[in-house]
Design a binder for this molecule. Structure first.
Ligand SMILES: [Zn+2]
Length: 282
């Protein structure tokens, strides 16, 4: 049994998260985003190009990342051994997690997946905007051939405007097939949840966790894997906007280097093979 990491990058840019800006001011800049994503690819070369980039879609930038220049990059990521997933924000700012609007969520998951597939990309992974998720999303993912969700940050929850927009309280801290009744519980769905690498020592988040915290977390995950004698598969969290500064890029490189000391980086397709194999042996 082994400890596996999936290096995930949310394709969000900094101005997307500035509520004071107008919709036009929050638009991404093509040249900047192309440069940032090329840094992602360069840095992932240290882990055999096993990055999982989540393509952002929202009303601010619904087709922005489907322009030919970006499609070439997504193909390049897959060719090199990485993966491309889908990441749906549904606007308005911090309100996209309105779980009553399931029709909108289903449409955004379906249309982004369809367009990427038509362009020759093969996404099998999803992440909700603001890590939001609800039970009904499981069926939307299955319909679209998305076998993985990467929205789980165990025990995290987010209240906004008196609404619980993201709720992962009580979720397992290792991968699991989801329950159709409760996305935070193991069950019989085809969709597998991969949670953020998280222990009492910290979490594998390049933006907010110190390198010492990353080291302690990765080490604790390895100890857990040895004790449980099960595969442990978790994700490392990063964002496209973090690749904007030299020092942040150095930090991300070091995060990957530390994790590599304790486990192995794989892509989502490899994770599916490993999980299916483990289930067959049970
Ligand atoms: Zn996002």
């Amino acid at each position: 049994m082994s400890l596996y990491f999936i290096f995930t990058i949310d394709g969000d840019w900094d101005k997307y998260f500035c509520p004071k800006l107008s919709a036009s001011e929050r638009q991404p800049d093509k040249k900047t985003l192309l440069a940032l994503i090329s840094h992602e690819i360069k840095i992932a070369s240290s882990i055999n190009n096993k990055l999982l980039h989540f393509v952002h879609s929202s009303s601010i930038a619904s087709n922005f990342f489907l322009q030919p220049e970006f499609i070439s990059i997504w193909k390049n990521i897959e060719t090199k051994g990485g993966s491309v997933g889908i990441h749906c924000h549904n606007e308005h700012f911090y309100h996209d997690c309105d779980r009553h609007n399931e029709e909108k969520i289903e449409k955004s998951i379906g249309s982004l997946t369809k367009v990427l597939r038509e362009k020759g990309i093969a996404p099998i992974s999803y992440r909700g905007g603001y890590l939001a998720f609800c039970n009904k999303d499981i069926v939307f993912l299955e319909k679209n051939g998305l076998f993985f969700d990467f929205s789980c940050d165990p025990d995290r929850f987010l209240w906004l405007d008196n609404k619980l927009v993201s709720n992962w309280r009580g979720a397992p801290d290792n991968y699991y097939r989801m329950s159709y009744e409760d996305h935070r519980k193991p069950g019989k769905a085809k969709v597998i949840e991969i949670p953020l690498g998280k222990t009492k020592s910290g979490e594998l988040c390049s933006e907010t966790t110190s390198l010492w915290g990353i080291w302690k977390t990765a080490r604790a995950l390895l100890i857990k894997e040895k004790e449980q004698k099960n595969n442990v598969i978790v994700y490392v969290l990063s964002h496209t906007y973090e690749f904007s500064s030299f020092w942040k890029r150095i930090k991300i490189k070091l995060v990957l280097l530390i994790c590599k000391k304790f486990g192995k980086f794989i892509n989502d397709r490899e994770a599916l093979v490993i999980i299916n194999e483990a289930e067959r042996k049970q």
